[in-house]
Design a protein around this ligand. Structure first.
Ligand code: ZN
Length: 205
């Protein structure tokens, strides 16, 4: 099982980090070992001073796909969830400046948070590009997204990635984060919402 993550898929988030909007989807991987165990707290790694939350809609692949075109990509999934793509922003900045890969900043243990459950897309209205999601920190809204604002649709992302890497059943797609990312501190409590429903609560150590 692999996790594919998309960078810069919302214009407002690309702008807040001073990045240009990409002309094609930007993707990277997290290994299975990055998944935070359910109901475990998130421990900020000791080697970063600037660990950021990024709330993201997550799509789970129900079937394998290679070289699938955008028009047929919706056949690949029926359920969605919510996740956090934890990012060591200070390390990522160093790597980016040096032209090096991001894995150290993105693929570490616990960096992929997943919601407790998957929701059938039908129950959310059936249109993957019409879903609201948000993140609260200590009860205050810090990020809110709407999938209509994605630069590349979920189906376009699935099609693009499938040109390079075969999708397998159970693979996960983190679809990018909207604006509002920020640093976590020990003692924070994060709660994610998908279509108004609480999907996870997470303590930060
Ligand atoms: Zn992300």
């Amino acid at each position: 099982m692999k996790i594919v993550c998309i960078g810069r898929n919302y214009a407002d988030h690309a702008a807040e980090l001073g990045n240009s909007v990409p002309s094609e989807p930007l993707f990277f991987f997290k290994p299975e070992s990055a998944i935070l165990h359910k109901d475990h707290p998130f421990a900020i790694p000791e080697w970063t001073e600037d660990c950021h939350f990024e709330i993201e809609l997550v799509v789970r692949m129900d079937r394998a796909a290679k070289w699938i075109d955008e028009a047929h990509a919706a056949r690949c999934y029926t359920q969605v969830g919510l996740g956090i793509d934890f990012t060591a922003r200070d390390i990522q900045k160093e790597l980016k400046a040096a032209g090096k890969p991001w894995e150290k900043a993105k693929a570490f243990d616990g960096s992929a948070v997943l919601s407790r459950e998957w929701l059938p897309l039908e129950g959310l209205g059936g249109d993957i590009q019409n879903i609201r999601f948000s993140l609260e920190r200590n009860g205050e809204l810090v990020q809110q997204g709407h999938t209509a604002d994605m630069l590349f649709s979920v189906d376009a992302l699935i099609a693009h990635v499938s040109k390079y890497s075969t999708w397998k059943t159970g693979d996960l797609l983190f679809t990018g984060t909207p604006a509002g990312v920020g640093r976590v501190q020990p003692g924070d409590r994060l709660e994610g919402f998908l279509g108004g429903r609480s999907m996870f609560k997470l303590d930060v150590l």
